[in-house]
Design a protein around this ligand. Sequence first.
Ligand code: ADP
Length: 173
Amino acid sequence: MIEIIRGDITQCKVDAIVNAANCSLLGGGGVDGAIHRAAGPELLEECRKLGGCKTGEAKLTLGYKLPAKYVIHTPGPIWQGGQHEEAKLLGNCYYNSLRIAESKGCHSVAFPSISTGVYRYPLLEAAKIAIAAIYEYLQMLRSQLKVLIVCFDERTYQTYRQVLENYQNENKP
Ligand code: ADP
């Protein structure tokens, strides 16, 4: 089950939230900064021990002061025109994050719109990749996992809503 909502991911009462991190895992701007601020300094302390993370891969920490129990950190690809495996790497972010959430027994996980901020991935393309990757993953799962996509601004929210609707219409059983 996928739900698109508008809001601030740091407020989400889910088992795990996903952080659109950078490869250092040492914090940054955008949603990464917001998550570190809300979780408190212990999050950075744990991140320092992880030794960074490759683009498209994902690593788990606790959520500390966040309502979420876990944070799954995944660096999205920086948009470089589309010929540098950006699409595959962005799909991997969703896939690998969901794999970790499932392995930890999570029932609910919230994603931000990975790579569409400072990393400049074109929004419509990124939304299509996100929805397809999440759907494909959920289809092969036996257990139920609730996936939220938390959009910070109206344009992002409307784009993901439209892409989800189109995807569901095109993939009706
Ligand atoms: P990236 O570096 O992967 O592009 P950004 O953090 O710059 O990551 O942006 C990713 C998306 O997260 C953007 O749509 C941005 O508006 C959004 N965002 C920023 N703060 C929050 C927040 N607190 N909750 C949810 N989404 C957020």
